[in-house]
Design a protein around this ligand. Structure first.
Ligand code: NAI
Ligand code: MG
Length: 467
């Protein structure tokens, strides 16, 4: 097998210590890898004045695979998070976090075998937030069809190529009918292409309760970004926490593997960091590269080491990074004793899923028309709202999502921020909406406008609670 060049990012704090340990194990395993070291984090700021130099991004793009130590996010100075920059600028749309019970790691459960696939780009992580009045803040949650197809496709392909049994789509589509509804809909569109997998879905709140009582009921979970963030940490807790939580960030033809934990400044430089999480990430990387035998060897050696009772401080032991690493290396099968044919044998690379052109293309809806607008006002009431402007009629007003006009006032605490829905019986023009805004502004300042669309006659907007 040809050797594969990997971008290696030592990172900050304990990063260089655990990266070196993992590099030693991989080299001892005989995996055919070459390294290209690249800077990121605080150490990069000193040398390049930015935590994520362009050279580092170029190296990842060239090699297509990176193994990354944790990086310290510089506080202040306007530096962006290294991880978010890497994720977004390389289009790493899926975050894959296995949570698998390890021997001798004390937890409440001993039979957890889960893989969390989290959408990595969209959702509230677009960071589109606004203050609309001194009392009201808004965050836009963006879910797209191509984004949802990409991560759901990946989860299904991954489950299939790994021989897993079940994929569960996690959502809150009963409340967020459009955003989570879209995420769930794309999952359901793809699922029939995978008859070998059991595909189901569950509400996020129910899932959390089920996971902490019966984690063995789940296999692969696929979730939108924010739910995935939370649930993947919950799953890490089920198997022993940060020291043993690996992750992979997967894009169309590139991937970055790293531990979930940070740079642990409190123990940096002491030689006591646990390399397990990064080693587990490296095992994911070997599988990604199709080096399944080496991946299995390293996995077995890690488990043998833990079974032997050796542990780093975070897991209640006394071993240093170096001592633990030596035991893992000694537990590796001796490849030099095998006949050549065995060394040459490599498992087939799993088909790495990509988003097909077909999946990504959004069909232009046939009939997509504007029939009104939600005008958000910052006012002390609604008495001065116009009831009708041209074809647009005041149809509904809500406060904090609850309908307050027409009909009786709801028994909730109100803020000085109203959503005023104007609808017409026919398509309306931009001029007609401009006229509406001018009239509304005679009574109250408006802070935000959202057009209301029909698609083939169906409303593309939610109703207020009580409407
Ligand atoms: P942290 O994960 O670095 O540390 C939390 C606690 O866990 C500490 O007590 C630490 O000693 C311990 N710990 C973490 N990894 C360990 C390991 N491998 N072996 C033994 N003990 C370990 O989280 P914290 O303190 O919140 O963040 C420190 C820095 O790391 C921050 O600058 C943060 O931005 C950054 N960070 C970077 C990440 C990345 O690059 N992927 C992820 C999370 C945080
Ligand atoms: Mg998190």
């Amino acid at each position: 097998m040809e050797s594969k060049k990997i971008t290696l990012i030592p990172g900050d704090g304990i990063g260089p210590e655990i990266v070196e340990a993992v590099q030693d194990v991989l080299e001892a395993s005989g995996a055919p890898l070459d390294w290209e070291t690249a800077d990121a984090g605080i150490s990069a700021v000193k040398r390049h004045k930015t935590p994520i130099p362009q050279d580092t991004l170029e190296s990842i793009k060239r090699n297509k695979v990176a193994l990354k130590g944790p990086t310290t996010t510089p506080v202040g100075g306007g530096h962006k998070s290294v991880n978010v920059t890497i994720r977004k600028s390389l289009g790493l749309f899926a975050n894959v976090r296995p949570a698998i019970s390890l021997p001798s790691v004390q937890t409440r459960f001993s039979d957890v075998d889960l893989i969390v696939v989290r959408e990595n780009i969209e959702d509230t992580y677009g960071g589109i937030e606004h203050w609309q009045t001194p009392d009201v803040a808004q965050c836009l949650r963006i879910i797209t069809r191509p984004g949802s197809l990409a991560v759901n496709r990946y989860a299904l392909e991954m489950a299939k190529s790994m021989g897993r049994d079940k994929v569960t789509c996690v959502h809150k589509a009963n409340i967020q009918k459009m955003t989570d509804g879209l995420f769930l809909e794309t999952f359901r569109e793809l699922a029939p292409e995978y008859p070998e997998l059991e595909c189901d879905d569950i509400l996020i709140d129910n899932l959390c309760m089920q996971l902490v009582s019966h984690p063995e009921r789940y296999d692969v979970l696929v979730l939108p970004n924010l739910f995935g963030d939370i649930v993947s940490d919950l799953c890490a807790g089920l198997v022993g926490g940060l020291g043993v939580a690996p992750s992979a960030n997967i894009g169309d033809d590139r991937a970055v593997f790293e531990a979930v934990h940070g740079s642990a400044p409190d123990i940096a430089g002491q030689g006591v960091a646990n390399p397990t999480a990064l080693l587990l990430s490296a095992i994911q990387m070997l599988h990604y590269l199709g080096m399944h035998d080496h991946a299995n060897d390293v996995d077995t050696a890690l488990r043998m080491a833990l079974l032997s009772g050796i542990r780093t401080r975070d897991l209640g032991g006394h071993a240093t990074t170096l001592e633990f690493t030596r035991v893992v290396i000694n537990a590796l099968p001796r490849r030099d004793r095998y006949p050549k044919s065995h060394i040459a044998h490599q498992g087939k690379a799993p088909k790495m899923p990509r988003v097909s052109e077909e999946d990504a293309a959004t069909e232009e809806p046939k009939d997509w028309t504007v029939v009104g607008a939600d005008v958000f006002t910052h006012g002390d009431g609604i008495d001065k709202l116009p009831k009708k402007v041209g074809p647009l009629q005041l149809n509904m007003v809500s406060n904090r999502g609850t309908k307050m006009y027409p009909g009786p006032q709801p028994d909730i605490f109100m803020v000085d921020w109203y959503r005023c829905r104007y609808l017409a019986e026919r398509e309306v023009s931009d001029e007609e909406i401009h006229d509406l805004l001018k009239k509304v502004a005679e009574g109250y300042p408006w802070v935000h406008v959202e057009k209301l669309h029909l698609c083939d006659g169906d409303p593309m907007f939610s109703l207020a609670q009580g409407e």
